[in-house]
Design a protein around this ligand. Structure first.
Ligand code: HEM
Length: 462
């Protein structure tokens, strides 16, 4: 492990505004390049800014430094990546959501969310989750090249709404659609997505408030929103609806947007590794013998476990995390002024060769001998802000994967070129064209092409 006190850093200069725009336009490509040129700790300097704000933008791709940051909440506070909007507007209240909570207020609301998604609570949801996944997947079109992303998204939203948010689809689905505008605007160059989000935010806030009204008065401990609305705040007062709105916006979006991307990238990886996909299908079919993919059947399948962990290692649904220093501090030997925003790359930490041999390759078997600490595998974050939804996210991804592979063989559609988009989450873009075949159908193989081809090392030539 790195000795944090002596870790070297390089000053990298964002030589021009266009280099800075490169980070905004494609943070993944830009941070990979900076890491390749400078190593795992780069302190970028903004070009010629006259603002009074600190002029540094450190990029952290080192697990030791990430541990230091994640375990010092009094020095490093979470920040929201959305573009700034005017204070006291719906857009600013909703976009800062969970992130703006600190101290006892953060601990209080975190505890309320965590109660509903505790490991035992999530295990008890498994039969319902498995039944829902199987019935949804059964209706997906066979033998046609379709963009699977909307179907995956609908499946994960259904799971989150049905199992964590009271099953109220009529109110929840329009809210989910509007949250999509918030996510799309989270890492923009100023543009259409941002303008759209500014228009959507007041409507979203109204819809959330009406939904909250509907939940008020009857506590359902299995519904996160009901728990938030019907408990007092950290001081024993009725909760502030603006705070509840921000928490709901963040937590509801977090509950499906992350897992839908985990599933999408993992399926894409499996299309490129048909031999692993075949062995995984055999493992799942053997365990299920025609029954539903409940957790008691699939939780201890080694290849399924390895595939899900490896998929999220190579394509972490939240590829970057951000923190801001509250005070002047030292990080890895560099002096960091108060107010400095730091980018932590889960994407790059997950490719540390000392932690993961042949880090660019998809090797699910590696997980039989690996048990990294959260800061060495930051897929779910680490420290006081580590994701409370780990058990639900993992279970939802495993069950969906088992439901799909027990029903179909998956292939990438012919001539499909896959790109990617980075906002808060990393998404295949503009589409994920997949063909779902009968399991007995003759095999065919389409090699991955498009920008996503360069995100992973495959056996087939690029
Ligand atoms: C595959 C699924 C998931 C992944 C990869 C994921 C990833 C993450 C990551 C990386 C963070 C930390 C962000 C940071 O520190 O800046 C986080 C925080 C959070 N996640 Fe998840 N998440 C997943 C599922 C869920 C689910 C199902 C829920 C539903 C309850 C959820 C709720 C939250 C909340 C409330 C936080 C904020 C925690 C805090 O600030 O204290 N997540 N998640």
């Amino acid at each position: 492990m790195n000795n944090v006190a002596t870790i070297p850093f390089r000053f990298g200069r964002l030589r021009s505004l266009s280099a800075f725009a490169g980070i905004l336009a494609d943070p993944l490509a830009a941070t990979r390049r900076l890491h390749g040129e400078n190593g795992p700790y780069v302190i970028l300097q903004y070009p010629h800014s006259r603002s009074a704000e600190p002029q540094l933008l450190p990029l952290v791709a080192d697990s030791g430094l990430y541990r230091t940051i994640a375990s010092n909440a009094e020095v490093w506070r979470a920040v929201n990546v959305s573009m700034r909007s005017f204070k006291n507007t719906a857009a600013s209240r909703l976009a800062t959501g969970f992130t703006r909570l600190r101290g006892p207020q953060h601990a209080h609301y975190r505890r309320l969310v965590a109660l509903t998604v505790s490991k035992p609570a999530v295990s008890s949801m498994s039969p319902k989750m498995a039944a829902l996944a199987m019935s949804r997947v059964a209706s997906w079109p066979r033998n046609l090249a379709v963009d699977l992303m909307p179907a995956i998204s609908a499946l994960m939203q259904d799971q989150a709404i049905g199992l964590l948010f009271g099953g109220d689809r009529e109110r929840a689905l329009p809210v989910a659609a509007m949250i999509g505008d918030c996510v799309a605007a989270a890492w923009p160059l100023p543009g259409r997505a941002y303008i759209k989000w500014l228009r959507t935010a007041p409507r979203l806030e109204r819809a959330i408030n009406e939904w909250a009204e509907h939940k008020r008065g009857e506590l359902n401990p299995k519904d996160i929103f009901s728990v938030l609305v019907n408990n007092m705040d950290e001081n024993g007062n009725p909760p502030d609806k603006r705070i509840i709105g921000g928490i709901l916006n963040f937590t509801f979006g977090a509950a499906y947007d992350t897992a839908q991307n985990a599933l999408a990238w993992t399926l894409l990886l499996l299309t490129q590794h048909p031999e692993i996909a075949a062995r995984l299908t055999d493992e799942i079919d053997g365990a299920l013998a025609g029954s539903l993919p409940t957790m008691d059947k699939i939780d201890s399948l080694p290849l399924l476990e390895g595939v899900v962990r490896e998929g999220m290692r190579l394509f972490p649904p939240v590829p970057l995390q951000f923190r801001r220093s509250l005070v002047d501090t030292r990080l890895g030997g560099a002096q960091i002024p108060a107010g400095t925003r730091v980018m932590i790359s889960a994407w790059l930490i997950n490719r540390t060769p000392e932690l993961y041999s042949e880090p660019e390759r998809f090797m699910p078997e590696r997980w039989q001998a690996l048990d990294p600490a959260p800061f060495q595998y930051p897929v779910f974050g680490a420290g006081v802000r580590m994701c409370p939804g780990v058990a639900f996210g993992n279970q939802m991804t495993k069950i969906a994967l088992a439901a799909i592979l027990s029903s179909y063989r998956i292939e990438l559609a012919p001539q499909a070129a896959i790109g990617y988009r980075t906002t808060i989450t990393l998404t295949p873009h503009p589409a994920l064209p997949i063909v779902l075949r009968e399991k007995s159908a003759p095999r065919s193989f389409t090699p991955l092409s498009g920008p996503a081809r360069h995100l992973v090392q495959l056996e087939t030539p690029a």
